[in-house]
Design a protein around this ligand. Sequence first.
Ligand SMILES: [Zn+2]
Length: 104
Amino acid sequence: MAKLHIKKDDTVVVLSGVDKGTKGTVIAVSPEEGKVIVSGVHVVSKHTKARRQGEVAQILKTEGAIYASKVQLYCPKCDKGVRSKVQVVDGKKVRVCAKCGAEI
Ligand SMILES: [Zn+2]
């Protein structure tokens, strides 16, 4: 199973596609598929029809999964998507920005 560099609740920036440059919070990760779901990114509409009396037809908007390789961790200090690396600080593994060294 491939290990993703992205975790749930991470803030990421989209690198390519129609949502390029969009910043969002990771809602879910799927290491099996190598995909992530990011809030506000790749929003797809689902049309539902009224099947029973009292129901209304509506359009639901939900986020679709995108490849984790298409997003980078957001570094607040650099104010952009960056590559991250793992550093050991006081015996604990922390993720830091590869550019400025800030913990992210
Ligand atoms: Zn940084």
